[in-house]
Design a protein around this ligand. Structure first.
Ligand code: G6P
Length: 481
């Protein structure tokens, strides 16, 4: 007899992707209506590149109430209509377990370690509370490992993403020795002396969890080397795990098409209005930044550098505008809320000190709007990308691709993108505010010809490994082992 359940269960997947945030999220209105919102990014285009003939599934976590309701209604296998046809299995991990794992460990410990964000005289503190959260991180990783083990066909390829799921490779290996496992880090990796702030047993468990993979991927050689150095000190080496570098690039086709649409044109007109014209009647120059309001993005020092530019060069008064987009991120964490407030205060302060009736020196937008981001990309004279540490930074790669008139890129040497773009960017030390101000001036005065030539070379370097190819390259390397 064929039960209803086994008839509905699809055959095991040949390709599996696992990530905390999935390709779709659900909003829940008061009358109980669910609305699906699809995201973009490298994994989405990567998975669509393998084609519908491959049986693939994406395993992700329910993040909010809408997601949990969608899981309750579907049993976790989301409606293909909501996912663009992609098979997605969403896991309803208990909300308190997810919160401790995601906010407590992934975003407050692992993110801080890899981006070196601690103010070390007072933090981190690894106490009993930390141990309790760590148990949740283990449980959350185990839920993913179990779901992947359930979904995978014999010998399937499993591609696990990021620091949320560091323990999954080792756990899955124990459950399913037959599958091939890759893990990719979208963040930097900490150098050993910083990584070893973690309690010794946790540091070892993390590395051994990752080394459960057949293959580990990183965005740059620098992060791959840091991982090797941590293993050399903590586990005695990387054992039989292969390590590869795949520098995710921008999706030129998508960006060029999307940035020419009418909604982007409308946003450009509105932005031009806000930017205004200088005393000579020509459009003011723009220094553009687009970020999540993320501690590692260094938005505050960016504003301080812009203030120093205005202080040191009165000739720029009335002739330049800093267009800063800082979109909400991780607002469950108090330190992110405080940082967001500080960005707002500093922008206001600069406007209060330098602004005039006809000139607003900083135009700050905090509401996420992709079309407006593209509009700012197109009209930027200077792009400011100054993170204190960043796995890659795709904004640095996207701006040169869609820029209308060429754009001078001021780029932190601590961004992963610097490994590929450093030659044609203007490099800054992200902590050196005065030097950043000096480089902003240099960027604003760069001759149009040079700006255009550099932008063309930046765009070529930025699109060398588009998302679909980035994904396929890793899949092939895993299958070739
Ligand atoms: C980084 C991480 C991603 C994460 C993204 C947004 O790029 O590497 O894994 O999804 O930030 O952060 P969020 O916490 O909102 O998912």
């Amino acid at each position: 007899m064929v039960s209803e359940r086994s008839a509905a269960v699809p055959v095991g997947a040949e390709v599996l992707v696992a990530s905390n945030r999935g390709p779709v999220s659900y909003g829940l209105t008061e009358d109980g209506t669910l609305t699906a919102k699809r995201g973009g990014g490298g994994l989405v285009s990567g998975l669509s590149a393998i084609g519908p003939e491959t049986n693939a599934v994406w395993v992700c976590a329910a993040l909010g109430d809408g997601d949990r309701e969608a899981v309750r209604r579907t049993g976790g296998a989301l409606e293909p209509g909501d996912t663009g046809g992609q098979r997605v299995r969403m896991l309803d991990i208990p909300a308190e377990v997810h919160a401790a794992a995601y906010n407590g460990i992934a975003n407050s410990v692992l993110w801080f370690v890899h981006h070196m964000l601690y103010q070390t005289p007072l933090e981190p503190v690894f106490d009993a509370g930390f141990r309790a959260q760590w148990a949740s991180y283990e449980a959350y990783n185990r839920a993913f490992a179990q779901a992947l083990a359930d979904e995978a066909a014999e010998g399937a390829a499993v591609l696990v993403q990021d620091y949320h799921l560091s323990l999954v490779p080792g756990m899955l290996r124990a459950l399913r020795p037959d599958v091939r496992i890759a893990h990719f880090s979208h963040t930097p990796w900490a150098p050993p002396e910083y990584f070893r702030m973690l309690p010794d047993d946790i540091a070892e468990q993390l590395l051994r969890g990752m080394l459960g993979a057949d293959r580990l991927g990183f965005l740059t050689h620098r992060w791959a080397n840091a991982f090797r150095a941590c293993c050399a000190e903590v586990t005695g080496g990387t054992e039989s795990t292969r390590i590869g570098v795949h520098g995710l690039g921008a999706d030129a086709g998508f960006l060029r098409e999307r940035s020419q649409r009418a909604d982007v044109q409308e946003r450009m007109a509105a932005l031009r209005e806000q930017i205004g014209t200088g005393p000579d009647g020509t459009a003011r120059k723009t220094v553009v930044r687009v970020d999540r309001t993320e501690l590692s993005k260094n938005i505050v020092r960016g504003l301080l550098a812009y203030r120093e530019l205005l202080a040191g060069h009165p000739s720029w008064h009335g002739r330049v505008v800093h267009v800063a987009f800082a979109y909400p991120s991780r607002q469950d964490l108090a330190v992110y809320r405080e940082y967001t407030a500080q960005v707002g205060r500093l922008a206001e302060e600069i406007n209060a000190v330098y602004g005039t009736e006809s000139w607003r020196p900083v135009v700050l937008h905090v509401k996420d709007d992709f079309a407006r981001s593209l509009a700012a990309y197109r009209l930027a004279d200077v792009a400011l990308v100054n993170p204190i540490r960043d796995g890659m930074n795709l904004v640095a790669k996207e701006i040169p691709v869609v820029s209308d008139q060429g754009c001078a890129l001021v780029l932190s040497r601590e961004a992963g993108a610097h490994e590929e773009l450093g030659k044609d960017a203007l490099t800054v030390n992200p902590y050196d505010v005065s030097d950043t101000a000096r480089v902003l001036h240099e960027a604003l005065t760069m001759a149009a010809g040079e700006r255009g030539e550099r932008t063309a070379r930046l765009a070529a370097a930025a699109t060398a490994l588009p998302p679909a190819q980035w994904f396929l390259e890793q899949l092939q390397a895993l299958r070739a082992l």
